[in-house]
Design a protein around this ligand. Structure first.
Ligand SMILES: CC(C)(COP(=O)(O)OP(=O)(O)OC[C@H]1O[C@@H](n2cnc3c(N)ncnc32)[C@H](O)[C@@H]1OP(=O)(O)O)[C@@H](O)C(=O)NCCC(=O)NCCS
Length: 208
């Protein structure tokens, strides 16, 4: 598919939030909150305009991905303070539901990785399906002794070095931007900006 991938323009923010809502609706829970997370990430200090990307097919937006700054924090002796390493976190990512499985997501991921490496970032960490993200080189973050903020490791918690040895310098816990956390009351207000959609049973049930 001949896609154009470029930075998202400010006047495309709402359209990409709506596309994200369409892609995630009733996927992991009744309705979704990923469009609000995207909105909040765009207002955060972790926001990187060059890594807020749209995919266009014949001028129409058919995919979107955002990547924000995050960190791996290593607890050392309290008197020394905490050492931390800046990394990136990908997501939410989406492809137009009518065009999924045709390479939109892959092109967005490959472009994100190339841009992030070109900007000198060290690594990308994300939560996602290993069957999908392993094709881009992501591996279980445990390989780099990086755990979640509450010190856990599981297969969908994945990391990618952006150059050889780039994640070797630090071990510790991963903290993504607080913008990923959405409040129910805020979501209810935000939803009023979008077309009405029926909530239903989630198509993917996440393990508790
Ligand atoms: C996930 C998503 C961005 C992938 O984009 P896409 O354009 O559909 O995917 P591509 O065409 O690039 O890749 C297709 C391949 O990925 C696989 N794939 C797609 N979505 C997947 C998912 N959520 N988990 C695992 N594999 C997935 C397909 O089975 C296909 O595999 P194959 O090449 O072995 O046949 C898109 O499907 C989407 O928007 N999904 C809904 C929102 C979502 O789940 N986002 C990611 C949350 S981590």
């Amino acid at each position: 598919m001949n896609l154009t991938i470029r930075e998202t323009d400010r006047n495309e923010f709402f359209e990409t939030e709506n596309l994200t809502r369409e892609a995630f609706w009733n996927l992991y829970k009744p309705g979704c909150d990923e469009h609000l997370a995207l909105h909040q990430l765009r207002e955060s200090t972790s926001y990187i305009p060059k890594l807020d990307l749209v995919a266009l097919l014949d001028g129409r937006i058919v995919g979107h991905v955002i990547t924000t700054k995050a960190k791996v924090v290593e607890s050392v002796a309290p008197e020394d303070g905490d050492a931390s390493l800046e990394v990136l976190c990908v997501g939410p990512i989406c492809a137009d539901p009518s065009l999924q499985g045709k390479g939109v997501g892959s092109q967005l991921m490959r472009q994100t990785i190339a841009r992030a490496a070109g900007m000198g970032f060290k690594g990308i960490i994300l939560y996602g399906d290993p069957a999908y993200y392993s094709r881009f080189g992501f591996e279980n973050a445990q390989k780099y002794s990086i755990s979640t903020h509450d010190n856990q490791n599981f297969d969908p918690f994945m990391a990618l070095e952006l150059y050889p040895g780039s994640l070797a310098g630090i071990t510790g816990r991963f903290f993504e931007d607080p913008g990923f956390v959405t409040a129910d009351a805020h979501l209810e207000e935000f939803e009023k900006l979008f077309p009405v959609k029926e909530k239903g049973e989630p198509r993917i049930i996440l393990p508790v």
